[in-house]
Design a protein around this ligand. Structure first.
Ligand SMILES: C[S@@+](CC[C@H](N)C(=O)[O-])C[C@H]1O[C@@H](n2cnc3c(N)ncnc32)[C@H](O)[C@@H]1O
Length: 213
């Protein structure tokens, strides 16, 4: 009997160890990004201010943690989509979204942001390990065929110039260079950077001193 219980116990221990190892391999090798370290609420507000979020925006938070950026974004009236691989955090954020009755604006996908769909995004927010920034830049430059604003917390892209830096927040614009042929004959084909209208018009959502949870 004792031998039976010892075997069951050992088996359970092995299972726990195995699942822990699988989780570790998945997090570190297959879908790396960053460990969970939440952005302070005061910084969340600053990130949204810096990006000048408006209700017209669709904001992707890559590695959305407990969903605090999603909630703050949705409270601006903008659409918020989070990508998060930690099931516990996905659960927590979905509960918070439901509690705030913001399901029509905010949602979380339990999947790696390395496979994210950027097609509807106008803004990206992130707080990732610095060693993944370069990889992300290459993906964004390859995939994006429309202009997009990005705010990174704490870590800049090593090979991209930011538009603005406010303390530990970095503002970037991504988008495609397109060739246009000027109407005037004789002029050389020139390059025009499609800049977002938001750069020139006020887009502040006015999260102001709203309580962000
Ligand atoms: C530093 S936390 C930031 C959380 C949140 N964005 C914030 O600012 O409060 C990074 C988050 O990214 C998640 N993460 C790491 N790698 C990921 C990946 N490949 N795909 C989706 N989420 C990932 C982690 O689980 C963690 O919740």
């Amino acid at each position: 009997m004792t031998l039976f219980f010892c075997s069951v116990l050992l088996f359970c221990l092995l299972l726990v160890l195995l699942s822990f190892l699988c989780h570790l391999i998945y997090r570190q090798v297959l879908a790396p990004g960053a460990i969970y370290y939440p952005t302070p609420h005061s910084t969340v507000k600053k990130m949204l201010d810096l990006a000048k979020i408006s209700p017209k925006d669709t904001v992707l938070d890559l590695g959305s943690g407990d969903g605090r950026l999603l909630l703050a974004t949705a409270r601006c009236g903008a659409t918020a989509i989070g990508y998060e691989i930690d099931p516990r955090l996905v659960r927590l954020s979905r509960q918070a979204i439901k509690k705030a009755k913001l399901q029509h604006l905010a949602s979380v996908k339990q999947q790696s942001f390395w496979r994210a769909d950027f097609s509807s995004a106008t803004v990206i927010t992130l707080y990732l390990f610095p060693q993944f920034m370069n990889r992300l830049q290459k993906i964004l430059e390859k995939k994006l065929d429309h202009p997009l604003t990005l705010v990174s917390h704490n870590y800049p892209f090593p090979h991209k110039k930011y538009i603005k830096k406010t303390k530990n927040l970095y503002l970037y614009r991504f988008g495609r260079l397109v060739r246009i042929r000027p109407a005037t004959a004789g002029l050389e084909t020139s390059l025009l950077f499609l800049r977002q209208a938001r750069q020139d018009s006020p887009r502040h959502c006015g999260v102001g001193d709203r309580h962000v949870t």
